[in-house]
Write a protein that binds this ligand. Structure first.
Ligand SMILES: NC(=O)c1ccc[n+]([C@@H]2O[C@H](COP(=O)([O-])OP(=O)(O)OC[C@H]3O[C@@H](n4cnc5c(N)ncnc54)[C@H](OP(=O)(O)O)[C@@H]3O)[C@@H](O)[C@H]2O)c1
Length: 352
C-alpha cells in the first residue's frame, strides 16, 4: 500500500508516520513537504527511516501536485488547521487527490468530538473541508482522537514540569467532573495504521482514544504520582471562594445548590469570554483567534462534555475500541510517570 503523509514533520504527522512504519501491514510511506522545509531535521530523520520525501506546493491545484499524489492508495493530511491559508491548502489537497484518483483521503481532523457547526471555530473549518470532500465524491475517512495527554496536565508547584510541558492546564472548567476522552499523541499513528487498511471505515468517521478522565481525577493522579499538592482554581471562579468553600467544609460537588449556582456562573463566564472573542474575530481582530479557540476547547472538553464515545456514536462515528478491541494505547498513569522521569519530548519544541 502506498501512503502519502502531508505535514509529516508536525506533532500529529510524526506520530502518523511512525505508526505506519511500525505497522504489520506492508506500507510504503512518502512524506511530502513544502520546499522551504526540506532541510528540516525532521525530514532528514524520516529519510533515515526509509521514508521517501517529495515536495509540494499546496497553494494551487497544479499538475505537479496531482502528479505527486498519483498512485497513492491513501493520502493523510496532518496540516495545521486554524486560518484561511490552511483551509485553502487543504481544499486544494483534496481537489488534487480527486484528480489523482487517490483511494482514500484522511483530512486533518484529529481533534476532540464536537457537533459539526456553531460550537467551535476549528470544527466549523474542518466541517467545511468535509463538505468540500463530499462535493467531490472523494473517498475519505475522518479520524478524531479526543484530547492529547500532552495538553492535559496541570503545572506542579515545584516548577519541575515547567520546561517539560508546552501547555499546562491552569484552571479547571466547570466543577471538574466532566468526563473527556484522552489519547497519548504518540499513539495516534498506531490507530491510523489500522483504520486506513480497514474497508469498514471508508467514507466514515472514526473516534479513537485511550482512556476517559475528568479534570479532578487527573489532578488527583498527578498529586499521587508527584507527591505534590496542586492548587485548584476554576475558570471565572475566584480563588477566595474556593478557599472559603474548603474552610467551611463544603465539598465542591454538583449535588449542592449553592455550589451549582457558582458553577453555572463559571460556565456563563466562559460563554461571555467566547462571545467577546467571537465578536473581536468577526470584526477582524485575528489576535483573538487563539483566545477564542482555547475558550471553546474549555467549554467542549470541560463543561459541555461533547468529547465522549456516547456523543461520537450519536454523531455517527465508528468507535476504535469496538473496531479494534485488541489495540491498546498508553495509560495516562504511565504517561505521567514518563513525564515526571523526563522521558517525554516537549510539544512543538522543534517548530520554527
Ligand atoms: N486532539 C488534540 O488534542 C490536538 C492537539 C493539537 C492539534 N490537533 C489537530 O491535529 C492536526 C495537526 O496539528 P499539529 O498541531 O499536529 O500540526 P503541527 O505540529 O503544527 O504541524 C503542521 C504540519 O503541517 C505542515 N505544513 C504547514 N503548512 C504547510 C504547507 N503550506 N505545505 C506543506 N506542509 C505544510 C508543517 O510542515 P513544515 O515542516 O513545513 O512547517 C507541519 O509538518 C490539526 O488538525 C489540529 O487541529 C489536535
Amino acid at each position: 500500500m502506498k501512503v502519502i503523509v502531508v505535514g509529516a514533520s508536525g506533532e500529529t504527522g510524526t506520530s502518523v508516520v511512525h505508526g505506519l512504519i511500525k505497522s504489520a501491514e506492508n506500507i510504503e510511506v512518502t512524506a511530502v513537504a513544502r520546499k522551504s522545509s526540506l532541510d528540516k531535521p525532521e525530514y532528514l530523520a524520516l529519510k533515515d527511516l526509509g521514508v521517501t520525501i517529495s515536495t509540494v506546493d499546496l497553494s494551487t491545484v497544479s499538475d505537479e501536485l496531482v502528479s505527486v499524489l498519483t498512485g497513492a492508495d491513501v493520502v493523510i493530511s496532518c496540516l495545521t488547521s486554524g486560518n484561511a491559508e490552511h483551509v485553502e491548502n487543504q481544499n486544494n489537497l483534496a481537489s488534487a487527490c480527486k484528480r489523482a484518483s487517490v483511494g482514500r483521503f484522511v483530512p486533518s481532523f484529529f481533534g476532540p468530538i464536537c457537533p459539526p457547526r456553531g460550537i467551535m471555530l476549528l470544527r466549523n473549518l474542518k466541517e467545511d473541508l468535509l463538505d468540500h470532500i463530499k462535493s467531490l465524491y472523494l473517498p475519505y475517512t475522518v479520524i478524531d482522537v479526543g484530547w492529547w495527554y500532552q495538553l492535559s496536565l496541570p503545572p506542579l508547584p515545584s516548577g519541575r514540569l515547567t520546561n517539560a510541558l508546552t501547555m499546562h492546564v491552569q484552571t479547571i472548567s466547570g466543577d471538574g467532573n466532566t468526563e473527556t476522552a484522552l489519547i497519548d499523541k504518540r499513539d495516534i499513528g498506531k490507530y491510523v495504521a489500522r483504520i486506513i487498511v480497514d474497508s469498514r471505515t471508508l467514507n466514515k468517521s472514526v473516534f479513537v482514544f485511550n482512556e476517559i478522565w475528568t479534570q479532578n481525577r487527573i489532578f488527583d493522579l498527578m498529586e499521587k504520582l508527584s507527591g505534590e499538592e496542586i492548587p485548584r482554581s476554576h475558570v471565572g471562579f475566584p480563588n477566595y471562594l474556593i478557599s472559603y468553600l474548603s474552610t467551611t467544609q463544603l465539598s465542591i460537588t454538583p449535588d449542592r445548590n449553592d455550589v451549582l449556582i457558582i458553577f453555572k456562573a463559571n460556565e456563563q463566564a466562559l460563554q461571555s469570554k467566547i462571545k467577546s472573542a467571537n465578536e473581536a474575530v468577526a470584526a477582524g481582530d485575528n489576535t483573538q483567534i487563539r483566545n477564542l479557540v482555547m475558550s471553546q476547547y474549555e467549554l467542549v472538553l470541560g463543561i459541555r462534555g461533547d468529547n465522549s464515545p456516547e456523543c461520537a456514536k450519536y454523531l455517527g462515528y465508528l468507535i476504535g475500541k469496538d473496531l479494534y478491541p485488541d489495540l491498546q494505547g498508553e495509560s495516562l498513569e504511565q504517561f505521567i510517570n514518563d513525564t515526571l522521569a523526563g522521558k517525554i519530548e516537549r510539544l512543538y519544541a522543534r517548530r520554527r
